[in-house]
Design a protein around this ligand. Structure first.
Ligand code: F6R
Length: 613
């Protein structure tokens, strides 16, 4: 995880770095630091805590410098404290490094360096890397760039690094493998960051560095790239598509709330140009050349983590129901290590908002090595997962900054629905009347989501009643079972209330023992094939004095009579209910967390982009 940012040019670097670090704080916020190089003097400021703590720490201190590097950390090696914060100095203190990733063989390198007299101040793997680079430079008597290249050939693991040296005051050296790194090209200035958000307000021209590439960034003149095997590369300059407004709060108190409210638009954006109710067609350009692979597939495997895994579960219900292709849904972290059986005619669908999740990326590589076809469903354009897949469809939800995923989930489910519908139509596994009906229904979803958002005050009221709960249960059946899991995850991650999601009928095989008059049970009891069954499950909870908060279809009277509180959502086809029923659960978690005084956009211990396994 971690966010890195760097600048070289004519401007004062510190304000650019601080603004960039705030934008990258979603990647980690255990500690923050900057290093500035000015008139031959290298200064490092770093401390535990968020970027705002760093700002306080640097108040009144000199922050001059037109070349600088900055970091916001999500701790892996070494506890979050001042010493382990980046940047880290080399042995001579002539150079500094910031790093996102993990150097897996750091311990053996460190042992050798200690033997040759190096002393380390921190417990980090990063400090080992900068000592190694300096050691190579001295022992081999090579230029800094060559020392970086030789060192990177020795390390195992993942890195996005930026290095600055007193002896090279007009050059930044950056490199990447496994962790993302973007270089922004301005006029006589360059910007470096983990993603484009710190760069977009200065320039739209960027280069996404590829794995095992090193970039030499001069104060003036052209950027040069070579691989760690010393092969020259021509920088491929792309134009950024994101707009500045998309990464700001736009009047909302939190990014999470803004992103919840964006869903009518983001769902529409994920369908844009792909759906035509009048023509009765679905078009997914990104997978057009791989349709035959879907038609021949004996099996589809979804790989993902967290919320994206929940979207994969919805995908299982959708694909099996509509396309009749057997589906498995796998946690990427389990799949990659359990010697899975993968066939060449498997279609593996990797789902990821960030497109950087290390476990998902590794699972993709494994499936690819066995000859399977890999399709990506990512939000971040140009991300590592998007590039590692054979083909895919972007979700186009726009930047998601709140750590708790909301609009990315509904966008993923939207794309999965379109994909399943399209394949079903090609395979002829659903009658064309059903296809047409679903195409019209899905077009109406943004409006229905809008209607759910209008019930916010009622949801806030319910949140006020259950804000002090210590446990909560979420129940759903069929298409709404994954929504129950997602509702529980949202509550856990931002309000720190223990919550479990269960298939409603499974409750009596254990969790029912937890139910008492203190326990809120959130049930998705919308109209559909399992409605009557869910009604019975609600009775079972009531009989044990549990509190029922039910998400019901507009106009439902039966559940209303039994539940303590109900939240109505507009009626839609059963297979589309996840898109509408997820919204009240997101709002509920949001309000509960606000009332408990929790940090909404940056919940403790979490990071938005999980680039470590
Ligand atoms: C939960 C959440 C995480 C992510 C998970 C996968 O709100 O955000 O569970 O869903 O870390 O991340 P991506 O989708 O970026 O691969």
């Amino acid at each position: 995880m971690c966010g890195i940012v760097a600048y070289i040019g004519k401007k004062e670097a510190y304000p650019i770095l601080i603004k960039g670090l705030h934008r990258l704080e979603y990647r980690g916020y255990d500690s923050a630091g900057v290093a500035l190089l000015n008139e031959g003097k290298l200064t490092v400021y770093k401390c535990k805590g968020k970027v705002s703590e760093l700002e306080k720490f640097t108040e009144g201190k000199s922050k001059a410098g037109t070349i600088a590097i900055g970091h916001t950390r999500w701790a892996t090696h070494g506890v979050p404290n001042d010493v382990n914060a980046h940047p880290h100095y080399s042995e001579s203190k002539n150079m500094v490094i910031i790093h996102n990733g993990i150097i897996e063989n750091y311990a053996s390198i460190k042992a050798q360096l200690v033997k040759s007299g190096h002393t380390f101040l921190s417990d980090t793997d990063t400090e080992v890397l900068i000592h190694l680079i300096e050691n190579i430079q001295l022992v081999e008597n090579v230029k800094l760039g060559d020392a970086v290249r030789l060192a990177l050939n020795q390390v195992i693991g993942a890195y996005a690094i930026a290095i600055m040296s007193k002896t090279n005051p007009d050059e930044l050296i950056v490199a990447k493998k496994g962790s993302p790194l973007v270089i922004g090209i301005g006029v006589d200035e360059y910007f470096v960051a983990s993603d484009a958000t710190p760069i977009v307000e200065y320039t739209k021209n960027v280069v996404y560095l590829e794995d095992e590439e090193i970039a030499f960034i001069p104060r003036k003149g052209e950027l040069k790239i070579k691989t760690i095997k010393n092969r020259q590369k021509t920088p491929y300059i792309q134009e950024l598509e994101i707009q500045l407004e998309a990464i700001e709060k736009g009047g909302f108190p939190h990014f999470m709330l803004k992103e919840i409210y964006e869903q009518p638009r983001s769902i529409k954006d994920s369908m844009r140009g792909r759906l035509s109710a009048s023509k009765g067609a679905v078009k997914l350009g990104g997978i057009a050349e791989y349709e035959q692979k879907f038609l021949n597939a004996k099996r589809i495997i979804f790989i993902a983590c967290g919320t994206s895994w929940h979207a994969g579960l919805v995908g299982e219900y959708l694909f099996e129901d509509l396309t009749r292709i057997p589906v498995e849904v796998e946690y990427a972290s389990e799949f990659r290590y359990r010697n899975p059986i993968i066939y060449e005619d498997d279609v593996v669908i990797a789902i990821s908002q960030s497109g950087e999740t290390a476990d998902t990326l590794a699972a993709i590589e494994l499936a690819k090595s066995k000859g399977a076809t890999i399709i990506g469903i990512c939000n971040v354009v140009g991300s590592s997962i998007a590039r590692a897949t054979h083909a895919g469809s972007y979700t186009h939800a726009g930047p998601e900054i709140g750590v708790a995923s909301t609009k990315a989930f509904t966008a993923q489910v939207t794309v999965l629905t379109l994909m399943a519908l399209h394949i079903a139509n090609l395979k002829g596994t659903i009658p064309s009347s059903r296809f047409q009906q679903l195409v019209s229904e899905i077009e109406a979803i943004p409006e229905k989501v809008e209607k759910v958002l209008a019930t916010n005050d009622q949801i806030k009221y319910i949140a006020g009643i259950y804000k002090n709960a210590t446990n909560a249960l979420y129940l759903g059946r069929g298409f709404t079972f994954p929504v129950a899991l997602e509702g529980a995850l949202k509550l856990k991650e931002i309000s720190y209330i223990h919550a479990e999601g269960y298939p409603a009928a499974e409750m009596k095989h254990g969790p029912i023992a937890l139910i008492d008059e203190e326990m809120p049970v959130f049930v998705i009891a919308t109209k559909g094939a399992s409605y009557e069954k869910v009604v019975s499950n609600i009775q079972e909870v009531k009989a044990r004095k549990g509190k029922i908060i039910a998400i019901v279809t507009e106009g439902d009277e039966q559940v209303k009579e039994m539940a303590d509180y109900t939240i109505e959502i507009p009626e839609t086809d059963e297979i589309l209910v996840p898109l509408v029923s997820a919204i009240p659960l997101q709002l509920l978690s949001y309000h509960i967390a606000v009332m408990r005084g929790c940090n909404i956009d940056q919940p403790r211990n979490l990071a938005k982009s999980v680039t470590v396994e």
